[in-house]
Design a protein around this ligand. Structure first.
Ligand code: SF4
Ligand code: SF4
Length: 240
């Protein structure tokens, strides 16, 4: 068992990072770090992590490995409460419980808002086999969990992760975990800058396509059908 409590470990890594910052990147010595971590493969994070952020790094890796299509059904845009936008792997809505199923008035085809899925299992986690179905292609966010970097400090985002405090982490493993956390921060920033622009461009493109389709459909209508349509529009504007 580790000597330090998890809270101590969390403050240790923050404290350690402050020392590194004053001594500059060149003198970085991970061997002095008190933070230790070894994933115990408990899968707690996969079973309740909610939306997983996806970066360009992940998209490029999936494209390289020819597996993009496997992820497409789960990709979604998450408008976060802080106003930011993330591309995410969206969890699947859990099936309604038996008693709720009978009384449920919810449209079974309606999309469940991401806000209702914040503690739901990752869509590619197989609960029965307790296994990640895409382990070799898992997103960058999973490779650095539970360590993140915010541009200044390293942060432990899940103090309950049983791997924190586990002995046996080498200097090299800690250095690699930190590098991955920094890469994640860089890639997430890149995605967050690009996504609103892409989102706007795609929305505009869809609107233009819809308008073009409508105009084409109108141009193919018979005089009689067009007169009927005019009549419907006229009625609805009079009612308003
Ligand atoms: S990262 Fe932590 S919570 Fe996730 S599987 Fe490993 S030990 Fe468990
Ligand atoms: S992609 Fe794999 S490792 Fe990442 S949260 Fe999902 S199941 Fe876990």
């Amino acid at each position: 068992m580790p000597e330090n409590s998890k809270e101590d470990q969390t403050s240790d890594i923050l404290e350690n990072e402050k020392v590194e910052k004053t001594e500059s990147e060149i003198t970085e010595e991970p061997s002095k770090a008190k933070f230790t971590f070894k994933c115990t493969r408990c899968d707690n994070c996969c079973a309740a992590r909610g939306p997983i952020p996806v970066t360009f790094w992940d998209l490029e890796m999936w494209a390289r490995n020819g597996v993009v299509a496997n992820f497409i059904p789960y990709l979604d845009i998450y408008h976060k409460p802080d106003g930011g936008i993330d591309l995410v792997l969206k969890p699947l809505a859990p099936p309604p419980e038996e008693e709720k199923k009978e009384n449920s008035t919810r449209d079974p085809f309606a999309t469940v808002p991401i806000e209702e899925l914040l503690n739901v299992k990752c869509p590619v986690y197989n609960k029965d086999d307790e296994k990640c179905l895409v382990y070799e292609n898992r997103p960058l966010s999973c490779r650095t969990y539970p360590l993140e970097y915010d541009g200044k400090n390293f942060i432990v985002v899940d103090a309950d992760c049983p791997g924190i405090g586990e002995e046996g982490m080498t200097k090299e493993e800690l250095a690699e975990m930190r590098e991955t956390a920094k890469l994640m921060h860089y890639e997430l920033t890149r995605m967050r800058i690009a996504l609103p622009v892409l989102n706007q461009m795609i929305s505009q493109k869809i609107m233009m396509d819809l308008m073009r389709q409508n105009m084409e459909a109108m141009s193919k209508m018979s005089e009689e059908d067009r007169a009927k349509l005019d009549e419907i529009f006229k009625k609805s504007s009079e009612e308003k």
